[in-house]
Design a protein around this ligand. Structure first.
Ligand code: MF3
Ligand code: CO
Ligand code: CO
Length: 252
């Protein structure tokens, strides 16, 4: 069931989303070679709590940390650790979800660590472009997948990049993960017509490969990796469908 948010809920989700965006910008300044991902986790945890909010990932379905940190071939849900030390040439996605006054905001971005390869740079750039292309097409009355999945897949094909299929975006706001499931590839599944008051994420995970398959780590229960070891990048915004189009809630 897709929740159409009230004006009051929208205001709360807007505030939480703004904090998530500010947190992401804040932590991005700490990314450099030699830093471990547990340091990034603790920086974010303190920032969110100091702003009167709660980091949504912590203890969510037993997730042990306050953010996700996903390096290189890790697609998403990487767990921060003192053993994961950033090195020149890596790419890292940091995913922030805040709960402020009971409302959720969810955003992520992929960053270079020092100087990176031109392929990695292109993957980051095209992944962000594909998300923005999808978001820019959102409008009430249109089909969700025509705006998001179809645009993303078609945009990336000429570059030899593919969207991951096993994970997607989601309704967000009142809960962490609500309906609808947001597919990042062209599909007839989950046929949804956009309506004002919907809030959901667009968060394509894109592999620098023709292979969209991923593996799920059985020992930590969370880490998702590309099957073929290729790089993967991701960007995420929380968006609101308005009467005339959309509003990006996690944009500063
Ligand atoms: N923030 C992620 C998303 O975009 C979800 C992370 S779930 C966690 O949906 F438990 F790993 F934090
Ligand atoms: Co999300
Ligand atoms: Co997220």
């Amino acid at each position: 069931m897709i929740i159409i948010k009230s004006q009051k809920q929208i205001e709360g989700i807007r505030e939480s989303s703004k904090l998530a965006a500010q947190t992401l910008e804040y932590v991005s300044k700490f990314i450099k070679p030699g830093v471990n991902t547990e340091e990034l986790n603790s920086v974010v945890h303190k920032y969110i709590v100091d702003h009167g909010a709660i980091p949504a990932p912590l203890n969510y379905n037993k997730f042990p940390k306050s953010i996700c940190t996903s390096i290189n071939n890790v697609v998403c849900h990487g767990i921060p650790s003192i053993h994961d030390i950033l090195k020149e040439g890596d790419i890292i996605n940091i995913d922030i979800t805040t709960i402020l006054n009971g409302c959720f905001g969810d955003t992520s971005a992929t960053y270079p660590v020092g100087k990176i390869s031109s392929e990695a740079n292109q993957l980051i750039d095209k992944t962000q472009q594909s998300m923005m292309l999808a978001i820019n097409s959102l409008k009430p009355g249109l089909k969700l997948n025509n705006c998001v999945g179809k645009n993303i897949e078609n945009y990336l094909r000429p570059f030899g990049f593919v969207p991951v299929r096993d994970l997607g975006g989601h309704g967000v706001g009142v809960k962490f993960h609500e309906d609808p499931f947001v597919y990042h590839f062209a599909t007839k599944q989950g046929d949804v017509t956009l309506k004002p008051g919907m809030t959901f994420t667009v968060e394509p995970m894109i592999n620098a490969s023709q292979n969209w398959h991923v593996t799920f780590d059985k020992s930590d229960g969370w880490t998702v990796r590309t099957q073929d070891g290729s790089l993967s990048a991701q960007f995420e915004h929380t968006v609101l469908i308005t009467n005339t189009g959309y509003e990006i809630l996690t944009q500063l």
